[in-house]
Design a protein around this ligand. Structure first.
Ligand SMILES: [Zn+2]
Length: 247
């Protein structure tokens, strides 16, 4: 019985890894190895990247920028195109204060079921055009809403000159669900390690939990010697540490 199990395991291992054809499993390992999607950047330096999705949104983006400033932290904002038009002054402030501006589509479209690459291109280029109108350079990074990705999406995003960036699996604060300030703080501080990409949102209508959590997280990270840098800076600090994809 045990021998049969072993044979079965070997056969399935060959099937999963042995063929470079349609049967190849295109999972995190596949895209991470090719450098086409980034989840985190394992490194020896004590650096992490705070990322904020779905903004700008004055009630939270403004206090977040104030907090980042007072703690000397830099962050990456994955902005939604249609909000850039409504709050251009916030985008300009993000840029002026040394944060990275990245693309999160124009209408927060999900690309999970169908991958309409014309629509995806439209969503990315429209956001980029609005930024360029404001004299902001074309972003280098793209994060798909909901974190959904597929081969066609990754290819299209690359052809438009972007790297797809997701987040460390152990650093999904789920702040959009309003889990409570302490839950957000614990999620980050109980799991933090070098090179983490931490996921927050600066558009959660009716909630100040992210802002309140940052009031505790930023000093705690400082105290532990972590430097908060942009995702691009994190990528440039990349060294040869192997990527660990286990939780
Ligand atoms: Zn989003």
């Amino acid at each position: 019985m045990r021998r049969a199990m072993v044979v079965l395991l070997i056969i399935s291992a060959v099937f999963l890894n042995g063929f470079d054809g349609p049967s190849l499993k295109k999972d995190r390992f596949y895209y991470e190895k090719k450098g086409e999607i980034v989840w985190e950047v394992p490194m020896q330096e004590k650096k992490v990247a705070l990322t904020f999705d779905d903004g700008p949104y004055p009630p939270s983006t403004e206090p977040i920028l104030d907090l980042l400033k007072s703690h000397g932290a830099k962050a990456t904002f994955f902005v939604v195109g249609n909000r850039i038009r409504r709050y251009p002054e916030l985008i300009l402030r993000e840029q002026r204060e040394g944060h990275e501006i990245a693309n999160h589509t124009y209408n927060h479209k999900y690309f999970n079921r169908h991958s309409d690459s014309t629509m995806l291109q439209d969503e990315i280029v429209k956001t980029e055009a609005h930024l360029q109108e404001m004299d902001i350079e074309k972003p280098k990074l793209f994060r798909p809403p909901g974190g959904y990705y597929n081969e066609a999406m990754v290819r299209k995003v690359r052809s438009l000159g972007y790297t797809t960036v997701l987040w460390s699996w152990h650093q999904d604060t789920k702040d959009w669900r309003k889990p409570g300030v302490q839950a957000i703080v614990d999620r980050v501080m109980n799991h933090v390690r070098n090179g983490d990409i931490i996921l927050f949102h600066d558009y959660v209508p009716g909630s100040m939990e992210t802002v309140e959590a940052l009031k505790l997280i930023l000093p705690a990270l400082n105290e532990q010697g972590y430097q908060c840098v942009t995702v691009t800076e994190l990528l440039h600090s990349r060294n040869s540490l192997p990527i660990d994809t286990t939780e």
